[in-house]
Design a protein around this ligand. Structure first.
Ligand code: FA5
Length: 337
């Protein structure tokens, strides 16, 4: 038996040295398999206890178990030591350049959209949404467009099927909202819109924010008050607006709304072509003809609506010369905002 005990002691010593001196985790794993694996040397010696005479087994068994425990402890210490060294060596290279984290941000259009919606939400409007693929009924018919209106032409609007098109404005959401809600209605509807347009101030895909108020005793003064509050909050406290007579099939009377030129403040410059004003949006009092499509009583309620070009608002506020900058995905441009 003494020879087995001596052998256990010797192999344990060897194992401790091997573990301590292993240069990396791979070498350490090889040493573990060699001494403590199922066919390892210390494991083998422990099994050898079974072949001793019965009376010798307890002592030898104890010694074998103790040796395995000591070896296991030495192994754990060696693993911890190598892992600490590995982490340290990773963290210690002070010559490596720092890694700059890419921080994302909202695209200028998303930001402008949130700013616009934020102002109207403060004025008591609720944000709603409508589909971008729209039926002829919601995009034109229920908005009182005559059958021969040029924008109903295949050449003007982007049709995707029979009487199905990419909405040309956010105004269909007026009808969809009135169908769902009972007055008072105070909603805004932001979203993408599509037209066969393409020049430096017009894009085939652009964004609008629709506004609709239907309530008791609503007048054009309310329309002007709300849009004036918007212009001062969104552009600058001094920004004036003016209403110019216009025509839309779904509002009567209708008005284009201009803001005082953001560059010259109204005195006239190249941007406003000397007029002192810049066109911002279309608006008007809801034509009572629409109420018959949604079951409202025109004797009971009145309202106003407006449709604001988000891209245009961004161009005016941030001084952009070409609408295409918004859609080219050039970070050198986008990162400025
Ligand atoms: C309309 O779309 C009406 N639905 C607005 C409206 C709503 C009137 C409610 C009355 C009541 P208009 O076609 O003028 O109107 O477009 C509104 C705004 O969208 C324009 O002032 C302009 O800022 C923007 N816009 C129009 N076409 C484009 C385009 N291709 N690219 C970028 N912006 C555009």
């Amino acid at each position: 038996m003494s020879s087995l005990l001596e052998e256990i002691a010797a192999v344990l010593k060897e194992a401790q040295i091997a573990f301590r001196e292993a240069l990396d985790l791979k070498a350490l794993e090889n040493a573990r398999v060699f001494y403590l694996g199922s066919k390892g040397r210390l494991t083998g010696l422990s099994r050898g206890v079974g072949s001793l005479p019965v009376e010798e087994r307890p002592k030898a068994g104890q010694a074998a178990n103790a040796a395995q425990a000591v070896a296991k402890k030495a192994l754990d210490e060696a693993i911890a030591k190598l892992e600490t060294a590995k982490t340290r060596s990773l963290g210690l290279d002070v010559t490596l350049p720092g890694r700059r984290r890419q921080v994302g941000r909202d695209h200028l259009i998303s930001r402008t959209m949130s700013e616009i919606c934020g102002v109207f939400e403060k004025l008591g409007f609720t944000v709603v949404e409508g589909p971008e693929v729209e039926t002829d009924y919601y995009n034109f018919e229920a908005l009182n467009f005559p059958a021969d209106h040029p924008s109903r032409d295949m050449q003007e609007s982007l049709f995707v099927g029979d009487k199905l098109l990419l909405r040309t404005h956010t105004s269909p959401v007026q009808i969809r909202s009135m169908e769902k809600l009972k007055p008072p209605v105070w909603i805004i509807a932001p979203g993408k819109t599509y037209r066969r347009d393409d020049d430096i101030t017009h894009s085939p895909m652009f964004h609008q924010v629709e506004g609709l108020v239907v309530d008791k005793n609503v007048t054009m003064a309310d329309l002007k008050g709300v849009l004036s509050a918007f212009a001062t909050a969104f552009f600058s406290p001094k920004t004036a607006i003016r209403l110019r007579p216009s025509f839309f099939p779904f509002t009567e009377p209708s008005a284009e709304v201009d803001i005082a030129c953001v560059l010259c403040g109204g005195s006239g410059c190249r941007l406003c072509k000397g007029s002192g004003w810049l066109e911002l949006l279309g608006s008007g009092m809801v034509d009572p003809a629409l109420y018959k499509f949604v079951g409202y009583d025109p004797q009971e309620v009145s309202g106003f609506a407006f449709g604001l070009g988000v891209d245009r608002a961004a161009m005016l506020k941030y001084g952009l010369a070409n609408i295409r900058h918004l859609y080219e995905g050039d970070l050198r441009f986008l990162e400025q905002f």
